[in-house]
Design a protein around this ligand. Structure first.
Ligand code: SF4
Length: 316
């Protein structure tokens, strides 16, 4: 196996189901021959829940329309953002409803903006109209809430650099740690700000650990060429962190202590060690069956690889 790649979302997935983690990170191959399990795993890896899709459209609209607009000194209006979101919603929904992800040779990167595939369609055969109509109503609601957040908009305008969806990579315990915050803002006279958009109906979960990891990644990654020199004068605990719940209209600021940084590092070390120890002793011969299945049966109901996994499990 190649050098281990670790991210917060992958650590959560590994905790939930080691075998699902293996399918996603080491088994699926887009370039594999049609009809092979590796190719099938790639196609399955592209499946999304409707709620994840809804959140992705909101993220893409804020990043591409609002943030990039502000970077070009434009004033992106709510109407313009809603029109852009509706454009993404329409082309992606059409792509998914026409089952285009099942076409031989499908490549997610080639499909670009149009790509969407839902596991409800794969596993239940159809997507009820009321579910995707509800998703649009929630996209509208999330973007409208965003435009009403005056203090947040002021923070964004005040920044002299706003960088959406930038990947931050650093080496830790012989592993590539990867983090991609939704937005990084740099200022002349204050510490950097990391913002994470959430489009969840309840928004009760605490994201301190995930945001702490972003702060650590910002400080430890090889700085991108457009990062300001001033970044080196701040410590990871100085980075301001903001979780923005766009559906419930809440914002949570996190202030990090040295304890938070240590706890986050401990979490990473423990998770990386578990991943390194899992599977077979010969990484080149590792197969999905070498990884344990989930202890949470409900996880299988929303697992994109169910088809493959249950085939393997039933053959044994
Ligand atoms: S179907 Fe269940 S056990 Fe199999 S990979 Fe998915 S979550 Fe894990």
């Amino acid at each position: 196996m190649a050098k281990l790649k670790w991210s917060f979302s992958n650590s959560r997935l590994f905790k939930k189901c080691q075998r699902q983690w293996f399918y996603k990170n080491h088994f699926q191959k887009w370039q594999a021959k049609e009809g092979t399990p590796e190719r099938e795993a790639y196609v399955l890896s592209t499946l999304q829940s409707i709620s994840a899709w809804r959140g992705q459209i909101v993220d893409q609209t804020i990043s591409r329309n609002v943030i990039n607009g502000l970077n070009k000194m434009e004033q992106p209006t709510l109407l313009k953002s809603l029109n852009y979101a509706k454009y993404l919603y329409d082309i992606q929904l059409e792509y998914a409803l026409e089952h285009n992800a099942k076409q031989p040779g499908m490549s997610k990167s080639q499909a670009g903006n149009s790509f969407a595939a839902f596991y409800k369609i794969e596993y239940e055969g159809h997507m009820p109209k009321e579910e995707y109509e509800k998703a649009w109503i929630e996209i509208e609601e999330a973007l409208t809430n965003f435009y009403k957040m005056e203090s947040l908009k002021d923070l964004l305008k005040l920044a002299n650099q706003r960088i959406p969806q930038r990947s931050l990579i650093f080496d830790y315990s012989d592993t590539n740690v990867i983090a991609m915050p939704d937005l990084i803002c740099f200022y002349d006279n204050q510490s950097p700000l990391i913002v994470d958009w959430k489009v969840h109906a309840f928004g009760v979960k605490d994201y301190r650990l995930q945001l702490a990891l972003y702060a650590i990644a910002l400080k430890r990654c090889k700085p991108h060429s457009d990062f300001p020199k001033l970044l080196s004068s701040y410590e990871d605990k100085d980075v301001s962190l903001l979780e923005v719940q766009l559906l419930t209209n809440q914002q949570r600021e996190y202030t990090l202590s040295m304890d938070d940084i240590i706890q986050t590092q401990n979490y990473m070390t423990e998770s990386i060690t578990q991943m390194q120890l899992a599977g077979s002793e010969n990484p080149k011969k590792t197969v999905p069956d070498d990884y344990s299945t989930t202890n949470y049966p409900e996880a299988c109901l929303i697992c994109p690889y169910r088809k493959l996994c249950w085939e393997v499990t039933c053959q044994n």
